[in-house]
Design a protein around this ligand. Structure first.
Ligand code: ADP
Ligand code: MG
Length: 584
């Protein structure tokens, strides 16, 4: 290309389009900007309407403060914002990303229709704008609040339009954006519709309820509350029970001053707090809110950046880690005692003061090793050490049944004899669980045809989801016929899973699909395996667990498990007893 040697001043439209490239990459970016505006306008109800993954329509309707006729006209100008007035405001609110750019950008790359009215005004305003040019500006009757519809995204920039992905992929981005906003704004009612179908209808709630609304009722028991207040940072929110950590990254949401951020470093703090409870390949879920003084962070105010710099990142790391540990300790998942000892060493001296009270310890005097989980760590390490080092050389001896539930046995390894107490039923459950899990994982399970097919009715939206994802169930060994737009029948199930409730399976499956979870396969496997392990351990005569020889086999199978010492309910199924800790 031959460049002409003249300098041109770019037109307003082109300048806006260039800026728009940074702010608006895809329909999900529009949702983020417009929903944030509605939140800033103190909306209590926000409705989001999507058509075709947001490519043909994104509409946000709020009941916030609205705009008067003058503001409605100028809000599409670049650098118009009601949120920053003086330079001294900048520090305080820069973290929120107010740059007065979103509406100007959106209006330069799509066809926008704005309807808005304030409480004080009798009559509202409607503006239609595209290519940064106002096409219509008139008075209309409308209710208090603002509705902005964005049509034909990138209609005037074909190159950008071509970059958009399929409706389904764009919808996935929209859902991710929506969920991030819905979590941190749980006191706002949200409705999300796609092609006239309701995807989410969330009532005003607290954080925990919002998490359950979004990710399912299983989170009711699974999350542990966080609460900490120091001069450097305040922490609230929830972490998932580490015993439910999954191999695929689950729900991980971290907010700083109510803004979603990503931080590998702080993610590691949470994971580190679960050191020894979760395996290195597992990921905890969390919904964590950090509040820090605005002057202590440097957030790149680029609206799409989710990275952040903290002044004192290391202290925040330590405080976050100890807060998570405390939550886990309170839930009695790891020994509280360990926690305090370790903590005293871990907190760097210079921030000792800002870490408030040590967690209070209550020691359970009614010591029942199978109800306490205090031995998990030691057992964990001990077993690992003993059996991974030299698997062939351990000898199981001295098996002694105590009663229906418990037995004692010793293991001889390298001239060391270690006494163990086993809870037989729990051990059996662990073994069955891992066997089923492995079979389902490897897809080596056979299908067993049902004499009476099982019928399931769902709505059309769910049916679409099911159809798209039926491969997951097929791979597990389920055979399914689609009968009509709303009904299907299960004609085959994986062998040995006849005890698994098919209604539960479909409900769980749909819930996972709706949440757009990525590790559905593993979650289903874990659910199926858990339920079957419970059922079969009750009724099973695979092993006669009260016979010495079969108990020896059970112990051997258990020692070959991936997690041999923790029952599937998260509590120990074997503990080792070191007499010298009692008698010395
Ligand atoms: P910013 O949010 O950074 O101020 P925007 O371009 O997103 O910039 O919005 C410009 C201005 O338009 C806002 O500062 C606000 O005054 C007004 N505005 C935008 N959306 C709404 C809304 N939903 N309700 C009320 N006012 C709004
Ligand atoms: Mg904005």
């Amino acid at each position: 290309m031959k460049l002409k040697n003249t300098i041109n001043i770019l037109s307003k439209e082109v300048i806006n389009q260039i800026a728009a490239g940074e702010v608006i990459q895809r329909p999900a970016s529009i949702i983020k900007e417009l929903v944030e505006n509605a939140i800033d306008a103190q909306a209590e109800n926000i409705t989001i309407l999507i058509k075709n993954g947001g490519k043909s329509l994104v509409q946000i309707i709020d009941d916030g403060v609205g705009m008067n006729a003058k503001d409605a006209k100028i809000c599409f100008e670049k650098h118009t914002t009601s949120k920053i007035k003086t330079t001294s405001d900048i520090m305080e609110i820069s973290t929120m990303g107010f740059r007065g750019e979103a509406l100007a950008s959106i209006a330069s790359i799509s066809e926008v229709e704005l309807k808005t009215k304030t409480n004080q005004d009798e009559i509202g305003t409607m503006i239609i704008i595209d290519n940064s040019k106002i096409r219509k500006n008139q008075k209309i009757a409308t209710s208090k609040g603002t509705s902005i519809s964005v049509k034909n995204l990138f209609f005037n920039i074909p190159a950008r339009k071509n970059f958009l992905k399929s409706d389904k992929v764009e919808m996935k981005h929209i859902l991710e954006t929506f969920i991030k906003l819905a979590i941190s704004n749980h006191d706002i009612k949200f409705k999300l519709m796609n092609n006239n179908q309701i995807i989410y209808n969330l009532s005003k709630s607290n954080l925990k309820k919002r998490i359950i609304q979004l990710f399912g009722k299983k989170y009711n028991e699974k999350i542990l509350p966080l609460k900490e207040h120091t001069s450097i940072v305040s922490i609230s929110g929830f972490i998932g029970n580490p015993l439910d950590a999954k191999k695929t990254r689950g729900e991980q949401f971290l907010y700083v001053n109510n803004r979603f951020i990503k931080s590998q470093y702080l993610n590691h703090a949470v994971k580190n707090a679960m050191h020894n409870i979760i395996r290195p390949d597992q990921h905890p879920s969390y919904f964590i809110f950090l509040t820090v003084p605005t002057e202590s962070i440097d957030i790149n105010i680029h609206p799409n950046k989710t990275e952040i710099k903290f002044q004192d990142e290391q202290s925040i790391y330590q405080i976050l880690k100890s807060t998570c540990k405390k939550a886990i300790g309170i839930a009695n998942i790891i020994p509280s005692l360990d926690f305090t000892i370790e903590e005293a060493f871990e907190v760097p001296a210079h921030i000792q003061k800002s870490i408030p009270k040590e967690p209070k310890l209550t020691i359970n005097k009614q010591f029942n090793p199978f109800e306490r989980s205090s031995q998990i760590n030691e057992n964990n390490q001990l077993f690992k050490k003993l059996f991974q080092e030299d698997e062939s050389k351990h000898i199981i001896e001295n098996i002694m049944h105590i009663d229906e539930n418990y037995a004692l046995f010793t293991i001889l390894i390298k001239n060391e004899r270690i006494l163990h107490l086993i809870e037989k039923r729990k051990a059996l459950q662990r073994i069955i669980y891992e066997q089923i899990e492995e079979k389902l994982n490897k897809q080596t399970v056979l299908t067993q045809m049902l004499i009476n097919p099982y019928n399931i009715e769902v709505n059309t939206l769910d049916m679409e989801l099911l159809k798209e994802n039926i491969g997951i169930l097929n791979n597990l060994g389920y055979k399914i016929n689609f009968i009509s737009k709303t009904s299907l029948e299960i004609i085959g199930i994986p062998t040995k899973t006849e005890n698994y409730n098919l209604k539960d399976l479909f409900e769980d499956f749909l819930e996972e699909l709706k949440n757009k979870n990525t590790n559905i396969n593993n979650k289903l496997i874990s659910k199926i395996a858990t339920q079957i392990a419970y059922q079969n351990s009750k009724t099973s005569d695979i092993f006669n667990i009260h016979n010495k020889e079969s108990l020896k086999n059970i112990i051997n199978s258990l020692l070959n498990c991936k997690t041999p010492f923790i029952g599937i309910n998260g509590k120990p199924c074997v503990i080792n007893i070191e007499p010298n800790t009692f008698f010395d």
